[in-house]
Design a protein around this ligand. Structure first.
Ligand code: ATP
Ligand code: MG
Length: 343
């Protein structure tokens, strides 16, 4: 059977991009799983430590993120959902894998450079002393997250493709050096929806960590504020029929992307539906669709955050289910590395 593994950082409440690009896709996959397959999702709290945090805020956000996943329709009875920090197996495997991961490979990753704000080779050399080892080594933790369950498929967005390539490289280096075929090569499963863009500046993606609330629609906010933000979304001053043109008209195209993803139709279908609309009419159509789509997540989220005991219970049960798979695999890895006590 298939083993699907993915995670989300508890860096803020889920926005429409996380919903359409991740949670909704996970939900759709989960509904189609056959009985021999398993889906494992975790709140990637250890990954959040790679950049400075307010740790008491982070603690609260770890549980809000858990509630958000359930609010998107994921059922903890069918999908294993837990907090990464609850399973020391993640970091135990990470250590083993760091011993197979080349510094050169990690150095080629682009995300740590973006997060550390360095671009040129000179800047990188200059700033290397200030870059935290955790941020640099983050992809090895991600490889451990995936390989801990010997995943066959990893559903993620475009931003994680490079890290999954590294995961496959580390897995094959381990197999080669230990002369085993222990790790399977995990495949990337890309979400069908396009990347959802920032509502104020459509040259950027919608991001949890963006401090400007007007740039994103959170699944937890009230309908009035969702409508206001969409009506205020940046578009363009081009007259005539509405067109899908991500280069020239990123704002309009983003609204068309959002509507298509919610209405489950192609971009072409949406364009033929709205081409003679005014920009205002398009925004009204999108606003109504978003409010309706997020009505249920919104309601479930409010119920869940009011029941912290229930969330804790689900998280602990999820961790137990995940540990059953993880500890078995970790034992085998340690045995392959001669780290067991059997005679
Ligand atoms: P941060 O700003 O802290 O990086 P984020 O909004 O990028 O937060 P992540 O936790 O990094 O969210 O990503 C969680 C999942 O959501 C990933 O699968 C990622 O690919 C997807 N995702 C994030 N942003 C978008 C977006 N704007 N459109 C579509 N998918 C997205
Ligand atoms: Mg991100």
């Amino acid at each position: 059977g298939s083993m699907l593994v993915s995670g989300i950082q508890p860096t803020g409440s889920f926005h429409l991009g996380n919903y359409l690009g991740a949670a909704k896709t996970w939900h759709t996959i989960a509904r189609k799983l056959d009985s021999s397959s398993q889906m494992i999702l975790f709140i990637a709290d250890l990954h959040s430590l790679t950049v400075p945090q307010n740790y008491s805020v982070l603690k609260r956000q770890r549980f809000e993120a858990y509630a958000s996943l359930l609010a998107c329709g994921l059922d903890p009875a069918k999908v294993t959902i837990y907090h990464q920090a609850a399973l020391p197996e993640h970091t135990q495997l990470q250590w083993a894998l760091t011993c197979f991961a080349g510094m050169g490979l990690l150095n080629r990753m682009t995300q740590w450079k973006a997060k550390a704000g360095v671009k040129t080779e000179a800047e990188i050399q200059n700033e290397l002393g200030a870059v935290r080892l955790g941020l640099f080594a983050y992809p090895v933790l991600m490889a451990a997250d995936v390989l801990l369950f010997n995943a066959t498929h990893v559903p993620v967005g475009q931003d994680q493709v490079q890290h999954l390539e590294l995961t496959r490289d580390v897995a094959s280096a381990f197999n080669k050096q230990t002369n085993t075929k222990f790790f399977r090569s995990p495949k990337t499963l890309m979400a069908p929806a396009n990347k959802i863009l920032n509502l104020r500046d459509p040259s950027k993606k919608m991001s949890k960590s963006d401090p400007d609330e007007l740039t994103k629609i959170n699944i937890t906010e009230d309908p009035t504020s969702m409508r206001t933000k969409i009506m205020k979304a940046t578009t363009d001053s081009i007259d005539g029929p509405l067109t899908f043109d991500p280069e020239q008209r990123p704002g309009i195209s983003n609204l068309i992307t959002i509507y298509s993803a919610i209405a489950n139709q192609t971009i072409e279908e949406t364009v033929s539906q709205v081409k003679d609309f005014s920009k205002r009419d398009l925004k009204e159509l999108v606003a109504e669709a978003v409010v309706k789509e997020l009505e249920e997540p919104n309601r479930i989220y409010k119920e869940l955050v009011a029941s912290p005991d229930l969330l804790h219970k689900y998280s602990l049960e999820g961790a137990d289910k995940a540990r059953a798979v993880a500890s078995k695999n970790l034992k085998e890895v340690y045995k392959i590395l001669g780290m067991d006590m059997e005679t």
